[in-house]
Design a protein around this ligand. Structure first.
Ligand code: AMP
Ligand code: MG
Length: 402
């Protein structure tokens, strides 16, 4: 009897159900980069808020310049100077020009702006050698945004341009979802802190720093408990102090089929389910609740840990952080080498994607301990469950790694 494996999509859905969007609060714009907007933003004003000049030049009535040409220059007196920011704007009388700067309010009566480069740049009098076009070089009130427009949507991820827009429509603060707080714990009696001396049989602990970085890259806060040895009592003790206020507990290691599986031993019970997922790397997975806090238990091999974070945890955390877009965009690329894959498993292989040629070259093999190869890759590409071999030139789906 082949054993029943849970599908990748099903496990992703189970993990997603553990978390719900965090509450919202007002934060200054400067603190909102990367957060998800917690409500729609309606513009309280038009953008631009008033008709203004798009160029440094002269505000004119086009009717005054209809006869202007190289042989028949038209000279007008310059009766006002309008720098940006001036608010007492005199009306433009027929037969006159106002010198005007970019962003300055258009004087009533003007219907065109002539760029300074097309004139003699006079200050008392100015000479025009060509007709002006009505509406030329004028930014009209509301041509970008209308008062009442929904300029940002609940769930939008706040990018530099969206923050700029929020400021432009007058917001000093934005209501955003609180960043989810994630507690990260690695397990393994063989692990040592980087910088310490290794004894035979020991390795440096790498998952906690890697997962914390991945959590922060996803727009969340990470607290790292570093690691505990394979000892159930010490695991419970380590967690006891740090769980309060956390939205998610993320562990790595100690959940596979061997002995000394400390996470499995400590968490097995009605609130946590351990499953074998039809994927490679990352088959052993677990999730549920630990003392009321959602928990996801990742396998310990570093490549398995990061791949399963990307596939299961990151989308759930993005949704928890309030983002409407939770998955990384997927791309298609042609393989530069054939690959093989085990049947019945979705394979997540490391690759180097070349955008110019839309190709992907596999990096390293299937081994889930190959962190050096993962770090040399810029994407993960998938081989579907039912596919056992892909030829050179075949298309695969991939997503870029940060
Ligand atoms: P486990 O899932 O605990 O059986 O671990 C699987 C493999 O990943 C073993 O070779 C561990 O030494 C290694 N491993 C587990 N946790 C970590 C970690 N935090 N950092 C580096 N390697 C790890
Ligand atoms: Mg272990």
């Amino acid at each position: 009897m082949p054993e029943q494996l849970r599908s990748v999509d099903e496990h992703r859905a189970v993990v997603a159900r553990l978390l719900s969007p965090t509450p919202t609060a007002l934060v200054p714009l400067a603190d909102a980069l990367g957060a998800a907007l917690g409500e729609d933003l309606l513009s309280p004003l038009d953008l631009p808020p008033f008709d203004n000049s798009a160029m440094d030049g002269y505000a004119v009535r086009a009717a005054d310049l209809v006869t202007a040409g190289p042989e028949q220059p038209v000279r007008l007196p310059v009766t006002a100077d309008i720098p940006a920011g001036r608010s007492d704007i005199p009306e433009l009388e027929p037969g006159t020009a106002h010198r005007i700067m970019t962003g300055a309010p258009l004087p009533p009566g003007a219907d065109s702006v002539v760029p300074v480069e097309l004139t003699d740049a006079g200050t008392a009098e100015v000479t025009f050698t060509a007709p002006a076009t009505v509406a030329a070089h004028i930014r009209t009130r509301g041509d970008d945004v209308h008062q009442g427009d929904r300029v940002l949507r609940h769930g939008d991820s706040l990018s530099p341009s969206r923050l700029g827009l929020a400021a432009a429509v007058g917001q000093a603060e934005l209501r955003v979802h609180r960043r989810p707080r994630v507690l990260i714990l690695s397990t393994g009696s063989e692990l040592r802190e980087p910088g310490a001396e290794l004894l035979p049989g020991q390795i440096y602990e790498s998952n906690s720093v890697m997962l914390a970085a991945a959590v922060r890259e996803a727009g969340c806060e990470a607290e790292v408990l570093r690691f505990v040895p394979d000892d159930v009592d010490r695991l419970h003790a380590a967690l006891a102090e740090h769980l309060t206020d956390k939205d998610l507990l993320l562990t790595s290691g100690g959940i596979s089929a061997g002995a000394y599986e400390v996470v499995k031993d400590a968490l097995t019970g009605p609130d946590v389910e351990f499953a074998k997922v039809a994927m490679q790397p990352g088959m052993p997975q677990g999730c549920g609740h630990y003392r009321g806090v959602p928990v996801v238990t990742l396998p310990g091999n570093p490549v398995s840990a990061l791949v399963s974070f990307e596939v299961f945890v990151r989308p759930a955390l993005r949704a928890c952080a309030g983002h409407r877009t939770t998955r990384r965009p997927s791309l298609l690329a042609a393989l530069t080498e054939p690959v093989t894959s085990r049947p019945g498993r979705r394979q997540f292989l490391r690759g180097m994607y070349s955008p110019g040629t839309a190709t992907v070259t596999p990096v390293g093999g299937h081994g889930s301990h190959l962190l050096g190869k993962l770090a040399a890759a810029n994407c993960l590409f998938t081989v579907p469950e039912e596919t056992t071999a892909l030829h050179l030139g075949e298309q695969v789906e991939l997503f870029l790694l940060p």
